[in-house]
Design a protein around this ligand. Structure first.
Ligand code: DGL
Length: 275
């Protein structure tokens, strides 16, 4: 990709998730890096990613990154743990742009909080063991328990946060972690911070909650500084794009953004990779 220095600073940052989960990362971008222009993509036609195979997720991520590259982004944030767990290492080799994952920043933050760490995640992320590996690589002296929570993403996407059923499901997911006396709980899926009031009402107050969204954005800020490409001008309005129904996304994101965004539907390019 060829940009002049000025162009590179002003170029947008691409972010993606399967749906509204990545908005928890977007909120952090607005807080920590308010000058950056952002293109957000939600792969709503194909969510949830958590029940997909590794090959499917890799294919989706390749398509999204190819499209992001066409939009001339200067960097991509994977605002999705499942994609970071299953595709980050492979696609970093394939694309000529900085791509930041969310697992390592989350793992590092968890280690600074406690020694008995619980991770709640999608089935695909939990099965990949990505959090356990990342946490133990940084500090082998802590203990990690992972629980997959397949019902959470559909409940968040359907905006059923305050449904009594959601509380019941959350209790059953957290039970095995509470039995282990965890002192720290990591949101291993970007949809889960939307469930904070429910989770907080179940967890003892001494359990610290780690939101990797905060830490991927800190990592993004450091990377922009390192490369000298932080935008010092006013940002463009965020461009919201989805693969599914724009109206549905606009409606469900209202409560997380505090306004109804204009949402475009985009068609992703087919990417064929020779194996
Ligand atoms: N929010 C995503 C994550 O962090 C994906 C959830 C899903 O679509 O299952 O893993």
């Amino acid at each position: 990709m060829y940009f002049s220095g000025q162009e590179l600073q002003r170029a947008p940052i691409g972010m993606f998730d399967s749906g509204v989960g990545g908005l928890t990362v977007l909120r952090q971008m607005y807080r920590q890096l308010p000058n950056e222009s952002i293109i957000y993509f939600g792969d709503t036609a194909r969510l949830p990613y958590g029940s997909r195979s590794a090959a499917e997720i890799l294919q989706f991520v390749r398509e999204i990154l190819s499209w992001m590259q066409q939009q001339r982004v200067k960097m991509v944030l994977m605002a999705c743990n499942t994609s970071s767990a299953l595709a980050l290492e492979t696609v970093r080799e394939e694309f000529d742009m900085p791509i930041l994952g969310i697992i390592l920043p989350g793992a590092k933050a968890a280690i600074s909080c406690g020694k008995r760490i619980g991770v709640i995640a999608t089935a695909a992320t939990a099965k990949s063991n990505a959090y356990r590996r990342a946490i133990l690589e940084v500090n082998p002296d802590v203990q990690v328990w992972q629980v997959s929570c397949p019902e959470f993403v559909p409940l968040v996407e359907q905006n059923r946060i305050h449904d009594p059923y959601t509380v019941e499901v959350a209790r059953s997911y957290l039970e095995p972690l509470l039995e282990q006396d965890i002192d720290t709980l990591v949101y291993g899926c970007t949809h889960y911070p939307h469930l904070a009031p429910v989770l907080r009402s179940i967890l003892p107050t001494c359990v610290k909650l780690v939101d990797p969204a905060v830490h991927i954005v800190k990592a993004c800020s450091r990377e922009l500084d390192l490369q000298g490409i932080k935008n010092t001008h006013l940002p463009l309005p965020t461009r919201f794009t989805v693969s599914g129904c724009p109206q549905q996304f606009a409606k469900s994101s209202l409560q997380w953004l505090g306004c109804t965004p204009m949402v475009e539907k985009v068609h992703l390019p087919n990417v064929v990779v020779s194996q």
